[in-house]
Design a protein around this ligand. Structure first.
Ligand SMILES: Cc1cc2nc3c(=O)[nH]c(=O)nc-3n(C[C@H](O)[C@H](O)[C@H](O)COP(=O)(O)OP(=O)(O)OC[C@H]3O[C@@H](n4cnc5c(N)ncnc54)[C@H](O)[C@@H]3O)c2cc1C
Ligand SMILES: NC(=O)c1ccc[n+]([C@@H]2O[C@H](COP(=O)([O-])OP(=O)(O)OC[C@H]3O[C@@H](n4cnc5c(N)ncnc54)[C@H](OP(=O)(O)O)[C@@H]3O)[C@@H](O)[C@H]2O)c1
Length: 468
């Protein structure tokens, strides 16, 4: 093998991490040919299937990602599922290097009694449903009047807001028709969010928290007895402007006169309540039990042995996401990430699996904003380039290696397409996705909406292939 042909790189997962990695790699001095694989018929990962529909500014990041893929430097191969349609040994035939950027889609576990009762849900599943993910059921039971959301991160805020918001206020967004219909019929009146630590320890972003106070016909209710600040809290407020803003917003809400609150729906924010059990009757959720916690001085909490029962008919756990293992790739079961050192995938002995890399949430865990996946991708791509060129701290390929890291036996870009067609995989390429994109925009246009998403996978493919 000579280094006369471009370096062939596969990136698996077309969320922001994968797209930024492709963009950064295409701008290096390497002569490179990049294929971006995606399991779904549409790219953009959680920007399309996670970011809340009533956050159009963030959804707009899709436009920047769109630009990267329309430049033509990167070939999209969507509707291809790594682990099912192909595995690492297959990829090694066609590519000299592989970057995994498969993100996280599952909910982290919450090991409390009653978590499997009917009416107890994971936030990730609910998010996938309201954002029109093609692989989840079309229906969602919204027959609870009182609902608990466990956890105090931005996902908890998204879930609480979407549950409490009147469906008509979501109508201008890209929510699918089935989601609107079901939200419209929701019986919810009260959403209780439970944080196990204090107001200075929540992981809400200031902007997202303030937004909660502006949801039409929804009051925010806080409880002064939940407001405790230990030395660790004061240090956190001093150290972070964000924490300061969050604490101010929450504290301002304690001053609101209850008699002025007349909305038909409420979001209650509870602090220093750790979920200890989901209670039920006849297999169904009837309540949640929390244990009052106390701050210990350093921002951590301990249980006080004082329990509270809250009547609710549904519980959503929003205690974080968790990555899923991938076939033939070393996985850290504790952290839910691909085992890696700064993006170089490592085996059990800590040795780099030559040519294999990771980036985004599957590299460092399910925390951080879309922008963070860019710096992540820079680090991973830097190591890949070092390994291929032998320049820098990398060491898979010695400097001056005549093959320049070109290990694939089939360097022709057509070969992988032939392989997938032989396996009966209906690959959706960029120009085909553009048809689907245009179709969704045309559905939205008469209603003054940016787009209306097509949800069923088959329908997405039919439209992309120009058969519908
Ligand atoms: C509910 C929610 C709301 C959020 N809202 C915001 C927000 O408003 N602002 C913000 O900045 N950040 C937000 N974030 C964070 C942001 O979404 C993440 O930082 C970012 O999406 C992580 O990027 P990623 O590419 O690593 O993963 P993902 O976005 O999850 O992309 C991974 C991609 O890999 C694909 N994939 C997975 N497995 C396979 C496989 N086997 N084969 C092929 N493809 C595969 C997936 O289908 C997906 O397209 C939110 C996160 C969540 C969970
Ligand atoms: N609009 C936006 O910008 C937006 C929207 C959504 C998501 N995101 C980002 O996406 C990332 C993921 O968000 P996330 O909300 O899933 O995660 P997160 O920010 O890590 O929040 C998880 C929450 O769950 C709590 N928790 C964890 N285990 C628990 C348990 N056993 N019992 C009770 N509570 C528990 C945590 O409490 P402790 O702190 O006590 O551990 C924390 O409050 C974050 O970086 C977030 O900012 C951003």
């Amino acid at each position: 093998m000579s280094s006369t042909r471009p370096l062939r790189v596969a990136i698996v997962g077309a969320g922001p991490a994968g797209i930024y990695a492709a963009d950064i790699l295409s701008k290096t001095d390497l002569d490179v040919s990049i294929d971006l694989f995606e399991r779904l018929p549409a790219p953009f990962g959680l920007v399309r299937y996670g970011v809340a529909p009533d956050h159009p500014r963030i959804k707009g990041i899709v436009n920047a990602l769109h630009k990267v893929l329309s430049k033509g430097d990167v070939r999209l191969l969507a509707n291809v599922d790594y682990g099912v349609d192909l595995k690492l040994d297959d990829l090694r035939q066609f590519y000299d290097a592989v970057i995994f950027s498969t993100g996280a889609i599952r909910d982290a576990a919450l090991p409390v009694p009653g978590i499997d009762l009917e009416g107890s849900y994971g936030a990730a599943d609910f998010v996938s449903w309201y954002d029109g993910h093609p692989d989840v059921p079309r229906t969602w039971p919204l027959d609870a009047k009182e609902v608990a959301v466990l956890g105090a991160g931005n996902v908890a805020l998204d879930v609480a807001r979407i549950l409490a918001k009147h469906a008509d206020d979501l109508l201008p967004t890209e929510i699918p028709a089935n989601v609107y219909d079901i939200l419209k019929a929701s019986l919810v009146t009260d959403v209780h969010v439970f944080a196990r630590r204090g107001p200075a320890q929540v992981k809400f972003s200031p902007l997202e928290l303030r937004e909660l106070g502006h949801v039409p016909d929804v009051d925010i209710v806080v409880y002064p007895e939940d407001f405790d600040f230990d030395e660790g809290s004061m240090e956190a407020v001093e150290a972070s402007n964000q924490t300061k803003q969050v604490v101010k917003t929450l504290t301002d809400w304690t001053l609101v006169e209850p008699s002025t609150q007349k909305a038909s729906r409420r979001i209650h924010l509870h602090f220093l309540h750790a979920p200890s059990e989901i209670t039920g009757d006849d297999g169904k959720v009837t309540g949640v039990r929390t244990e009052r916690t106390a701050l210990q001085g350093d921002g951590t909490v301990k249980g006080t042995g004082e329990f509270h029962d809250w009547p609710v008919q549904a519980v959503y756990r929003a205690v974080g996401y968790f990555g899923s293992p991938l076939a033939e790739i070393p996985f850290d079961e504790l952290k839910g990430v691909i085992s890696n050192r700064e993006g170089r995938v490592v085996d059990m002995d800590g040795d780099h699996l030559p040519g294999v890399y990771a980036t985004g949430w599957i590299k460092r865990g399910p925390v951080g904003l879309i922008g963070h996946t860019k710096s992540d991708a820079s680090e991973t791509v830097r190591h890949l380039v070092e390994d291929v060129t032998g320049v820098g701290d990398g060491g898979d390929v010695a400097a001056g290696d005549p093959a320049g890291g070109r290990t694939a036996t089939h360097g022709d870009p057509q070969a992988v397409l032939d392989f997938l067609v032989d396996r009966g995989v209906e690959v959706v390429e960029w120009s085909e996705f553009e048809l689907l994109d245009a179709h969704e925009r045309s559905l939205g246009e008469p209603h003054g909406r940016e787009r209306i998403k097509v949800v069923p996978r088959d329908e997405m493919i039919e439209i992309a292939k120009g058969r519908a």
